[in-house]
Write a protein that binds this ligand. Structure first.
Ligand SMILES: Cc1cc2nc3c(=O)[nH]c(=O)nc-3n(C[C@H](O)[C@H](O)[C@H](O)COP(=O)(O)OP(=O)(O)OC[C@H]3O[C@@H](n4cnc5c(N)ncnc54)[C@H](O)[C@@H]3O)c2cc1C
Length: 412
């Protein structure tokens, strides 16, 4: 066991493994400490095409291709009889035209094993309980299985602990997100629960017929199973049910297309509920640390931005760190935090627009100007860092302009 690595990474989710792969490939000594034993369940199964560029950058894409995951070529939105379809082959950005829908137990394990092949040392079932920063080094306390305790000493710490949020908790960095509290209940079901109007190669996002703040995802996997989830404010989930499966089925039954096929499929594990997952921090880096992925910023499941942000943060921080270890001066504010937040803020505008209905109206609008649709499609593909796309660069003004164009069109 290397107890004095250059870099210690907390967590082996997509952010942690991507960083481990990049840093190990650059010749740094990397140790990853992961609380769970892999493969382990995680939610967040629909990737965006932008992920493909990032996985490719870390030489992880071939391993992902080899798993034959379900190809995802776009998104299909439904609200009652209103439908809208986006195809990644038609987008403003010159990017990937497809991506994958991945069972995360397998996907995360594949990335972690690839990082190990590149030289990263990963400890599973190992929980980071404390981090102390000194002048030159950080000390990291870890509890291994059977309550064995050990302390690592590292030159730099990357916190990729997702919802564990190790450093934001220890350093009191969490701050309000500006998003309302929302919850989600989800499970996997047998068979294809997709929409009859759309091929399996698209994610389905269906909006509740009476409450547009409630929506459902349908994410088909190559195995034939489908991930189905509900997102709403917590009150929507209240009510008395015999068990979680009864609650889940009752809430799915409120969406007509899911209701029509509800009796055709089995619920494969007891539906899980998560709440209050949105998160933000007052700063994403310090002298000896940086915070990656969900441990720092997470918005909302709509538009499937989580893994994209996790991988992008890993790419930016790792490249900065590699330069720093070479003796170069790194401006963490400009090169990491501001650059990451450029994309996060763009996603946030569209997430806020989804829930205040303005962006929903754009999605379902009859106004189908090709260049506008292409630019929106690039946002949905995760290319929010594209400096050429006005809807990414000037996201607030861009959304406002499209909202006005759509309203003008529908009133004419
Ligand atoms: C309901 C819901 C649906 C979502 N759907 C999507 C989607 O379709 N597409 C998408 O891209 N994103 C989605 N997301 C977001 C996605 O789940 C996350 O953004 C993504 O998993 C973040 O990756 P990460 O590497 O930052 O963290 P994680 O994947 O959470 O990994 C963090 C790792 O750190 C480990 N850890 C935690 N604490 C410690 C500790 N103390 N010591 C050691 N290890 C620790 C954990 O065990 C875990 O393995 C969704 C989120 C929610 C809540």
């Amino acid at each position: 066991m290397n107890s004095k690595p250059d870099v210690l990474i907390i967590g082996a989710g997509p952010a942690g493994s991507m960083s481990a792969a990049l840093l190990a490939r650059a010749g740094l000594d990397v140790v990853v400490v992961e609380k769970s034993v892999f493969p382990r369940f995680a939610i967040g199964e629909s990737l965006l095409p932008q992920c493909m560029n990032l996985l490719e950058e870390a030489d992880l894409l071939d391993a992902v291709h080899s798993r034959n995951y379900q190809v995802k070529e776009g998104g299909f939105f439904r609200h009652g009889d209103r439908v809208a379809e986006f195809d990644f082959s038609q987008q403003f950005t010159d990017g990937w035209k497809y991506t994958y829908q991945v069972p995360r137990d397998d996907f995360d394990h594949v990335l972690a094993m690839e990082a190990e092949k590149k030289g990263a040392e990963i400890h599973y079932g190992a929980d980071v309980t404390a981090v102390r920063f000194g002048t030159q080094r950080a000390e990291i306390d870890v509890t291994f299985p059977d309550a064995v305790e050990s302390t690592f000493v590292a030159k730099f710490v990357l916190d990729a602990s997702g919802g564990g949020r190790v450093l934001p908790r220890l350093l009191d960095l969490s701050r309000p997100t500006g998003l309302r509290l929302r919850s989600s209940q989800f499970s996997h079901v047998s068979g294809d629960a997709g929409d009859p109007l759309v091929a399996k190669r698209k994610i389905v996002v269906a909006i509740h017929p009476e409450d547009r703040g409630v929506w459902y995802w349908v994410i088909p996997f190559a195995s034939g199973k489908t991930s189905v989830g509900i997102v709403a404010e917590p009150e929507f989930f209240s009510g008395s049910y015999a068990d979680e499966e009864e609650r889940y089925r009752a809430l799915l039954a409120q969406e007509p297309n899911l209701a029509a096929r509800l009796n055709d499929y089995d619920v494969l594990y007891e539906p899980r509920m998560v709440s209050g997952y949105a998160h933000s921090v007052s700063k994403l880096y310090g002298d000896q640390f940086a915070i990656l992925g969900n441990a720092g910023e997470f918005l909302d499941p709509v538009f499937s931005s989580g893994v994209t942000i996790a991988l992008k943060s890993a790419s930016l921080a790792s490249n900065a760190l590699i330069r720093q270890f070479k003796g170069e001066t790194v401006d963490w504010k400009t090169d990491f935090e501001d650059e990451l937040m450029r994309g996060v803020d763009a996603f946030k505008t569209y997430v806020m627009g989804w829930y205040d209905m303005a962006f929903q109206d754009v999605i379902f609008s009859e106004y189908k100007d090709r260049s506008c649709v292409d630019m929106i499609c690039s946002i949905l593909a995760g290319y929010v860092w594209d400096k050429e796309n006005p809807l990414a660069v000037k996201h607030e003004r861009g959304l406002q302009s499209i909202v006005e164009l759509c309203a003008l069109y529908s009133s004419s």
